[in-house]
Design a protein. Structure first.
Length: 576
């Protein structure tokens, strides 16, 4: 067989001409490449018949390309995460550097035009192929894809026996045909495992929120545990876009939109009988997107009234208000004070086949079987007021309004309470008596407030002392007890033991779990008369105290005297 034999062409023919291969070996090489439908160059490298440097040199001369020596190439200049790792593995290609819209990519096979086309399509750049030795390219590609940031994530994962991090049953948010759920963020294994671990850790630690926060030089993840944010992890800052992309894919957000806030949901199924919902929000910041996950455990809605932390007299007032066929129950307090759980617990106590219960919420935080829950959608005009109007045409027994924000919603809620319906809702005020003032300032008539509102609950959440490590304090002087208001409890010094938080293996900083602190204001006939007279909040408070009303501060001190919370915690959540 001569060099002119038509079987030989291209690179094999040049290898024969330059005496790196004999004709038979070259013919066999071409035949094998044709049978396997692979590039002759790749088959040649695998055969080890010719030195890698000689193969690259011949290929360069054959295709008119210079050969770039990768042994001195620094990966620091390589544009990471611009090209999908699977695509690089598939074509054995390595992005070297970028100049404007031109991306220089190392390749071992100059005939692999598909690699150039696919990388060009994915990146939107003009790809300039750079010929390299395939053995050098493979070694450097392994080094390039072995991201130290990913290794740092893996180092933080540790081992989890109960659930495999990459096998969690995660149900995405509401489907949206316009959202690409097949993003590479889903297949980014270290990031996937890390995000799953953060979600599991948050559940195990009893956190209410997870904050993923990007900054210029670091990335921070914090959990809100017992009402206080605590830093949990600092993954590499260059992983910020991939962490945000993963969370947005999981919650069915548009991963290509980074300019405006977005909302989504995730459901994490821990077992056949238990699932945890996450409400997700993204917010564009200066150095990336902050993602916050609010953890919504449906089990919290199944708690009984006894588990909320009411004092016996407060529990009785709440139960009496729930037992009434009509009237309005208002729960007030700042964000994160447990209002939703208090309302859901009351609804759960009322939920049976004999009652038609409807709720208007923004958003629907916990799904409860047997209750008709409506998600407010301002974009289409579905407001609280509009939902309430519809409820009243559907024969309701109990109505829950997520929040009374304006006069229209307040007036319709009051109308419902006056016409034979039990209405539950929330307002953002600091105390029970201020709630009455707030309604009046909205423009609600004093007569309507006095005759429709039956009970107002103002509340906060306090961190409970760990029973394992709380430590009794030395008795405080009488002057300090009086300054703190503990003398109001009318307890002898021998009956009052204060405890401090110490910290142990079973808790964090001496606290474990939270308990509600409440003030409950029932609107009696005498108090209704005071309201109708146009009294101020201070005058209403004085009248309520004359009937035995106890303030948030007083009830917090009752928990202090019972050894449930510390005096420092009472001072943190209540104002003297």
């Amino acid at each position: 067989m001569s060099a002119a034999n038509p079987v030989l062409h291209g690179l094999p023919q040049r290898l024969v001409a330059e005496r790196h291969l004999d004709e038979r070996a070259a013919a066999d090489l071409l035949a094998r490449a044709a049978t396997e439908r692979r590039s002759p160059l790749l088959v040649l490298y695998e055969s080890n018949l010719v030195d890698g440097a000689q193969i690259a040199g011949c290929a360069g001369r054959e295709f008119g390309l210079p050969v770039y020596d990768l042994t001195s190439h620094q990966l620091d200049a390589a544009p990471r995460h611009l090209v999908d790792a699977k695509l690089l593995r598939k074509h054995t290609a390595l992005p070297l550097y970028r100049r404007g819209n031109r991306l220089f990519v190392a390749i071992g096979d100059p005939t692999n035009y598909q690699a150039i086309a696919e990388i060009q399509f994915q990146t939107g750049t003009t790809v300039e192929p750079v010929l390299c030795r395939l053995d050098q390219l493979t070694a450097l590609l392994d080094q390039f894809l072995d991201d130290p940031a990913e290794r740092a994530l893996d180092d933080t994962l540790g081992t989890i026996d109960e659930i495999h991090l990459d096998e969690l049953d995660i149900e995405m948010g509401e489907p949206d045909d316009e959202i690409d759920t097949n993003s590479s963020g889903q297949d980014d294994a270290p990031v996937v495992r890390f995000v799953n671990k953060m979600m599991l850790d948050a559940i195990r630690l009893g956190a209410s929120d997870i904050h993923f926060e990007p900054y210029e030089k670091h990335y921070r993840i914090r959990f809100r545990i017992d009402g206080v944010l605590q830093e949990i992890s600092r993954p590499p800052v260059n992983l910020a876009p991939r962490l945000a992309a993963r969370l947005k894919v999981m919650s069915r957000m548009d991963i290509s939109e980074r300019r405006v806030p977005q909302d989504g949901r995730i459901k994490l199924k821990l077992s056949k009988s238990r699932a945890i919902d996450f409400r997700v929000n993204s917010l564009p910041l200066q150095f990336g997107e902050k993602i916050v996950l609010r953890i919504l455990d449906p089990a919290s809605a199944q708690m009984g009234l006894d588990a909320l932390g009411f004092e016996p007299d407060q529990r009785q007032l709440y139960q009496q208000a729930l037992d009434r066929p009509q009237g309005m129950i208002l729960v007030t307090g700042p964000t994160g004070s447990g209002k939703t759980v208090s309302l859901y617990t009351g609804l759960n106590a009322l939920n049976n086949d004999e009652r038609n219960i409807s709720t208007a919420e923004d958003p629907v935080e916990i799904n409860i079987d047997g209750i008709n829950q409506v998600q407010i959608n301002l974009k289409v005009g579905l407001t609280f007021a509009e939902a309430l109007r519809s409820f009243l045409r559907q024969d309701p027994d109990v109505v829950m309004v997520g929040e009374i924000r304006d006069l229209e919603t307040a007036e319709i809620s009051i109308k419902a309470a006056q016409t034979g319906h039990l209405v539950l809702s929330t307002l953002h005020t600091n105390s029970a008596t201020e709630t009455l003032t707030r309604l009046l300032n909205m423009g609600v008539a004093t007569f309507n407030v006095a005759t429709s509102v039956s009970l107002i609950i103002a509340q906060r959440l306090a961190r409970k002392l760990c029973d394992n490590c709380k430590t009794a304090q030395p008795p405080l002087p009488a002057t300090i007890l009086a300054e703190q208001g503990l003398d109001q409890l009318e307890l002898a010094a021998s009956e009052l033991t204060l405890y401090s938080a110490e910290g142990c293996e079973q808790c964090r900083d001496g606290y474990r779990g939270r308990i509600g602190i409440y003030e409950t204001l029932a609107i009696s006939e005498q108090l209704a008369a005071v309201i109708m007279s146009g009294a101020s909040s201070l005058e209403t408070l004085a009248a309520a105290k004359a009937e035995g009303f106890k303030t948030l501060r007083y009830n917090a001190l009752r928990k202090v005297a019972a050894g449930i919370i510390s005096l420092e915690e009472a001072n943190r959540i209540t104002r003297q």
